[in-house]
Design a protein around this ligand. Structure first.
Ligand code: ADP
Length: 469
């Protein structure tokens, strides 16, 4: 049995793509293999809505003579286990709140990682492989392979190298990690701090990341976030496996959030979604092309390029909708544009329903990421018949190809790929999109072909299965 451990899983808790993957990949795997998943039972998880029940099993994670009680819950429908401990779970938010990162994330996720391994024993689960994801579960590799010496094969997937779980070295003592054994530059020491992700990279049997291009990029200084040398040293176990999307979760035909469902044979219904959305959110002249941005408001997503362009975009014969949330400073910056332009709606917040309506209503998705491990938005957009405008980096490079010159006969491209990552090029790409919008036949042919592309997990899950064996 595979145990898939993650700090967020859709639909229980989601801040980004990790949750989507942690839902869809185990679902696809379970068609072939026995799989269970595990995540924290955060305060915000709706136990009633998801029919999460108490297994009645509890145990203690003992650290520095303090017994941290952990209770095990389950959603039997999805075979997802939930670990409840007050320090880990009793607060709003997953990793941070309006004041920034929680100061005790090392202890919180330290408890979670010990608890994952103890849970296996308590429930006597027949686990053969532990699939860990990002820094929040990376420490379980060290615990499993060395400190607690378990027999499981350990896979670690890096969804975003920019987040590594770096903490004050006092965490070594607090989490009872042997100083002499583990506080080394090749294991988990990092500029005199501890780095959870490094411990995972060092101890895992197989290391994956979420696209082939990103797997290469992270071994270079530009994208390696200071771990490029370590990753190059471990390159024999590093593979890129491009993410997919769940065709059950993201299906324009059956998505309840949409004003009206559609498929590639009823593409014209997209127009109705656009009309309704524009009306509901105060965008006039809904016949104009609609560009949307959906994402975390962090520099990674190219939001500086977007901010710089807003006054220029406002002068175009087009509507724009920006949905996102980030730290207070960026939220304030975007909010300050408010309702300044009649053709630009900026909504600061996290709203799953609205995001789906945007994918359905839009003609174009703006995704000018500075770096992008894989990116799901562009695939969701394509599946909803929305043409992506992307930078040529990471997973975007692996999933979107440029549609070529406006009048070219070559119809193999799937979107608009920016040649450079700068504000001017983003504007140029937007202008190219406007030209494409004018070529109705060509645009619709491209969008409909995109809807029929296969971004499903089934094919991709097989690549993980071969790693587990
Ligand atoms: P990342 O994990 O870096 O945030 P991905 O492209 O991998 O980016 O995945 C982002 C996921 O989160 C997509 O499902 C996207 O629709 C969703 N998402 C991002 N921001 C928002 C938001 N503000 N409201 C609703 N959904 C959002």
């Amino acid at each position: 049995m595979i145990l898939f451990a993650a700090s967020e899983i859709y639909p229980y808790a989601k801040t980004g793509g990790l949750a989507d993957v942690a839902h869809a990949l185990p679902g696809a795997l379970s068609k072939t293999l026995p799989v269970a998943s595990v995540m924290p039972l955060y305060h915000d998880v709706d136990r009633t809505k998801h029919a999460i029940t108490d297994t009645g099993y509890s145990f203690d994670v003992l650290l520095q003579d303090v017994a941290h009680q952990v209770d095990i819950f389950i959603d039997t429908k999805t075979q997802t286990y939930f670990l409840y401990n007050p320090i880990l779970c009793d607060r709003q938010g997953l990793y941070f709140d309006a004041y920034g990162e929680f100061g005790d994330n090392d202890l919180r996720f330290g408890i979670f990682n010990y608890a994952i391994l103890q849970m296996i024993e308590v429930l006597d689960l027949p686990i053969t492989t532990l699939h860990l994801n990002d820094w929040q579960t990376a420490l379980a590799a060290l615990l499993s392979k060395d400190k607690l010496d378990k027999p499981y094969k350990v896979i670690l997937t890096i969804h975003n190298l920019a987040y590594q779980g770096v903490f004050d070295k006092a965490a070594m003592g607090a989490l009872e990690l042997d100083w002499h054994r583990y506080f080394k530059p090749e294991i988990m020491e990092y500029y005199d701090n501890v780095n959870f992700l490094k411990a995972g990279i060092y101890y895992c049997d197989e290391l994956t990341t979420v696209s082939q291009t990103y797997a290469k990029q992270i071994q270079t200084p530009e994208f390696g976030c200071d771990l490029q040398d370590m990753l190059a040293r471990h390159s024999d176990k590093l593979k890129g496996i491009t993410n997919g999307i769940s065709y059950e979760v993201f299906d324009p035909g059956s998505d309840d959030a949409l004003y009206v469902g559609y498929d590639s044979s009823h593409y014209y219904k997209k127009e109705y979604n656009k009309k309704k959305l524009c009306k509901a959110y105060g965008l006039k002249r809904s016949k104009r092309p609609l560009f949307v941005f959906i994402g975390r408001l962090t520099p990674q997503k190219g939001i500086e390029l977007l901010l710089e362009n807003i006054p220029k975009l406002a002068r175009l014969e087009a509507n724009f909708f920006i949905l996102g949330s980030g730290d207070e400073a960026y939220n304030a910056k975007f909010t300050s544009f408010g309702k300044r332009y009649e053709n630009i709606n900026i909504t600061v917040g996290y709203d799953e329903t609205l995001s789906r309506r945007l994918y359905a209503a839009a003609d174009f998705l703006l995704m000018p990421s500075i770096f992008e491990p894989c990116g799901l938005n562009q695939m969701i957009a394509m599946h909803y018949g929305t043409v992506p405008i992307v930078t040529d980096t990471g997973g975007l490079a692996d999933t979107v190809t440029d549609y070529g010159a406006e009048q070219s006969g070559d119809n193999s491209g799937t979107g608009i790929v920016m040649e450079r990552i700068d504000a001017e090029e983003l504007f140029t790409a937007t202008a190219r999109a406007l030209a494409l919008y004018g070529l109705k036949k060509r645009r619709e042919k491209l969008a409909k072909a995109n809807m029929r592309l296969d971004f499903s997990w089934d094919k991709r899950a097989k690549k993980y299965i071969s790693l587990y064996r």
